[in-house]
Design a protein around this ligand. Structure first.
Ligand SMILES: Nc1ncnc2c1ncn2[C@@H]1O[C@H](COP(=O)(O)OP(=O)(O)OP(=O)(O)O)[C@@H](O)[C@H]1O
Ligand SMILES: [Mg+2]
Length: 341
């Protein structure tokens, strides 16, 4: 059972990946009996760089109880969309009119392919499949906590949004496809009746239409399961630096995500530390501290974690532990998992 899904979001370059990784490492140190998975949902994966090792599209152990993965959305979506496209093709070809117009067969074969399925849908399938963790669990590890490094805001919202809507997306896509050849096709409504009322044919052998309906039902159920999971155990933390653009971005992100996941904390990262002999640094720091105040006021019901810009880039397990110490000090795992304002 997944107890917690910690999601890190925010503008590009503010430290989402570093803080995700540092949080996963710190939690796995604090709770040695629990199993942790760090996942990158950013298409431009960089966990490998942060841990200075090769992670990629396979479950990679980093410590005794921490694994990481940088999944390839195409691999996860292809399985499903290949099958769906194949079934749609053979369903279409069974329509009586298609036999009369041979060109339509070619049109169907070349138009309705896995590649033609919208990218947004592929990403949604990939997101769900990963969070479902069935495949990962099948590899023998049951994760208690997932830490997810998310892409910048727009793509982040798309990941949350589509699980609820993907059946509609598939249907719309299929319908558009139908519409594009509808002039040549007769009896479409009859075909759809069959597709969407599979039980009328109960007792008879399962038709391709029934299988497609089953695929859509499964997809819908998985979407619901994932939406509920994110709603129940998801915990969003927005990362910002003490500057206007990224502050504005986390305000937008808060508004866009509030219906999907609870916002539990804001990280203000890379604050310039106090310097004895650097007027430039101190000037920059005082500008940043004004933003820190604004951010604290704006998010006054949310836990705020502040972290300075470290002298050394937080890379490798030790570097990430160092960043985690800077962020969390010595608060316990409970506070990190369930932050209170
Ligand atoms: N507190 C910090 N002190 C010093 N360097 C930091 C700190 N936080 C992050 N960095 C460095 O800043 C750079 C950007 O961080 P990171 O890759 O985590 O950001 P990101 O938000 O994930 O970026 P992207 O949007 O490109 O994925 C990295 O080189 C990282 O090592
Ligand atoms: Mg990143």
């Amino acid at each position: 059972m997944i107890e917690r899904i910690v999601v890190l979001g925010g503008k590009g370059g503010v430290g989402k990946s570093s803080i995700s990784a540092a949080t996963a490492v710190a939690l796995s140190d604090l709770l040695p009996d629990k199993k942790f998975l760090l996942i990158s949902f950013d298409m431009a994966h960089n966990l490998s760089d942060l841990f200075a090792c090769d992670i990629g599209d396979k479950l990679t152990p980093l410590t005794k109880n921490l694994w990481a993965i940088e999944p390839d959305p195409d691999v996860y979506a292809r399985e499903y969309t290949d099958l769906f496209a194949k079934k749609m093709r053979s369903l279409l070809k069974k329509m009586p009119i298609v036999g009369l117009i041979p060109q339509i067969k070619t049109f169907i074969d070349t138009t309705f392919t896995a590649d033609s399925i919208p990218l947004a849908l592929k990403n949604a399938m990939f997101f769900q499949k990963i969070l479902d963790a069935e495949d990962l669990n099948a590899q023998g590890v049951q994760f208690d906590v997932i830490v997810a490094d998310f892409p910048p805001t727009a793509n982040m919202v798309a990941l949350f949004d589509i699980p609820e809507d993907q059946v509609k997306v598939v249907l719309k896509y299929s319908l558009n496809f139908y519409n594009s050849i509808k002039n040549a096709l007769k009896g479409v409504s009859k075909m759809f009746q069959k597709m969407f009322h599979p039980f009328e044919q109960e007792g008879k052998r399962v038709s391709i239409g029934d299988e497609i309906v089953k695929m859509l039902n499964d997809l819908e159920q998985r979407g619901e399961r994932i939406s509920n999971l994110i709603h129940d155990v998801g915990s969003l933390r927005l990362v910002t630096i003490a500057e206007k653009p990224s502050f504005e971005e986390i305000k937008r992100a808060r508004d866009l995500t509030e219906k999907y996941i609870s916002l539990d904390a804001v990280h203000i990262n890379m604050i310039t530390p106090k310097a004895k002999k650097c007027d430039f640094c101190n000037n920059m720091r005082s500008i940043q501290l004004n933003y820190v105040e604004d951010i604290i006021n704006e998010f006054n019901k949310t836990k705020i974690w502040q972290s300075i810009r470290l002298k050394e880039e937080p890379i490798g397990l030790e570097g990430l532990r160092n960043l985690a110490r800077e962020i969390y000090g010595d608060v316990g795992a409970k506070e990190v998992l369930y932050p209170k304002p």
